[in-house]
Design a protein around this ligand. Structure first.
Ligand code: COA
Length: 434
């Protein structure tokens, strides 16, 4: 047994033993998505309830597991702070039982270093190597920043967490205690692609040149784009999230990363969530590097790639080009994530473009997602000054470089036909068009 293995043995404990050291009022920070330490967070929530602790907060971005701290009745005892609301955390945030942290994803590490200090940092990591290092696996975005000021560092080792390459590791000497919890990672279910998804995917793919570097966001539409990209050559990947469609593009030889100006021959990402097939693909794969989010999402780094194309989804766009991608009215739905980071980065890239995609309508064609003004209370994600192209199943509206009046006309042209007249009248009332 070498020195690091001996240290590992000494620090090994059960989740229940570890959380005994966390008291009322503790600020606990977990890494994003699949990096959440499930056994520790659950043991903590149980201890909080059993022993009557109060004011414990559990910060994380994109909760993919439904744990006890999200249950009604836990507010005031153990409060979740969502940095991006997922399906599981959404209800708690919308009902005021959980809190929400507005931020650009690229700024999250800075928040942890300068604005919000964690008492406890905890994360799921892959097993330790012989040199004493654990990989942050598919959750490399914020961990190092979160632990930089934490008073206690706890790791949950899971042999199913892929050991990923790149820059994000934590050493046994930095850790206070470790537990083991070997359980398969949650898999995201892919919704089948609709005809609208395919149409939108094809519109966008037509505008992506060979040798472009791409970022794909969260949701069904980015996967439709990935499918439509199968006819391209020598694409590169630089994306906050590594997605299922990217595995197909790499395996099909469409993504080679050969033409990237930086990180040539490597796909670059900061976190991943998908299927077991994807997790197996990422395990010990030197072709994919994981780096922290303040690097991957830095618009200046993104902008160093020529022909950078960013593709994300949105919920509502008004006639001047403000996009709400994270709330339905005032009700928080998701978060800003890296959308704006990538829209701005693509704007700095030579030949770069960004697309915000959505169906033209919601709720069985009863609501137009192109609106004269955003629904009252909507959170503006992408400002009119940053937005580039908006895509629906009726086409692409290029907004950047267009006047307010030209924007209104371009957007009305890709609205659902049944709403175009109404939108035109509204645009006239707003003096956007004569
Ligand atoms: N008015 C009313 N309802 C609307 C609506 C609108 N303008 N827009 C969408 N909806 C409804 C949909 O009909 C759907 O309802 P359903 O669940 O009953 O079918 C629901 O709201 C969700 O909309 P949908 O378009 O399916 O959302 P999605 O799961 O594909 O997610 C975003 C889309 C925009 C929320 C998501 O991509 C996001 O959070 N983006 C911001 C962050 C980001 O882009 N990060 C980038 C890198 S990962």
């Amino acid at each position: 047994m070498n020195r690091w293995q001996e240290m590992y043995r000494q620090k090994l404990a059960s989740p229940e033993e570890i959380v005994r050291g966390i008291g009322s009022g503790a600020i606990c920070a977990s890494t994003c998505a699949l990096g959440e330490p499930v056994a520790l967070a659950q043991a903590l929530a149980e201890r909080v309830e059993r022993e009557g602790l109060t004011g414990v907060t559990h910060h994380m971005l994109l909760t993919l597991q439904n744990l006890k701290y999200l249950e009604p009745g836990m507010d005031g005892k153990m409060n979740h702070v969502a940095w991006f609301t997922s399906g599981f955390a959404r209800k708690a945030v919308q009902e005021g039982r959980a809190d929400f942290m507005p931020c650009y994803y690229k700024d999250a590490p800075m928040f942890w270093r300068e604005l919000v200090a964690a008492d406890v940092f905890y994360a799921t990591v892959s097993p330790m190597d012989k040199h004493g290092w654990f990989s942050f696996g598919v959750s490399a975005s914020v961990g190092r920043a979160q632990l930089s000021r934490a008073k206690k560092v706890f790791l949950e080792v899971n042999e199913y967490m892929p050991r990923t390459h790149g820059s994000q590791f934590v050493h046994i000497s930095e850790v206070d205690a470790i537990c083991e919890n070997n359980r398969p990672l949650v898999e995201l279910k892919e919704a089948p692609l609709t005809e609208q998804d395919k149409t939108i995917g094809n519109y966008i793919a037509e505008l992506i040149p060979d040798e472009a570097t791409i970022q794909l966001g969260i949701g069904g539409m980015p996967n439709a784009v990935a499918q439509a990209l199968r006819v391209k050559r020598d694409l590169g990947i630089h994306s906050e999230m590594f997605t299922e469609g990217m595995v197909d593009l790499i395996e099909a030889g469409v993504v080679t990363n050969r033409k990237k100006n930086i990180h040539a021959h490597k796909s670059v990402a900061s976190f991943a969530a998908g299927s077991k097939r994807m997790y197996d693909f990422l395990n010990d794969n030197p072709g994919v590097e994981f780096h922290p989010i303040d690097y991957v999402n830095d618009p200046n780094i993104i902008g160093r790639h020529d022909n950078f194309v960013s593709i994300n989804a949105t919920l509502e766009v008004d006639l001047i080009g403000q996009a709400c991608s994270e709330s339905l009215g005032p009700s928080q739905f998701s978060g800003t994530g890296g959308q704006v980071d990538f829209v701005r980065g693509a704007g700095l890239s030579k030949g770069g473009k960004s697309f915000l995609a959505m169906y033209s309508t919601a709720k069985n064609d009863t609501i137009s997602k192109i609106k004269p003004v955003l629904t009252e209370g909507s959170h503006v994600t992408c400002s009119k000054n940053d937005i580039d192209c908006v895509v629906t199943e009726y086409g692409v509206a290029k907004l950047k470089g267009k006047t307010a009046s030209q924007r209104a006309k371009a957007l009305i042209a890709i609205a659902h036909p049944k709403f175009r007249e109404e939108l035109t009248r509204a645009a006239q009332k707003l003096h956007l068009i004569p």
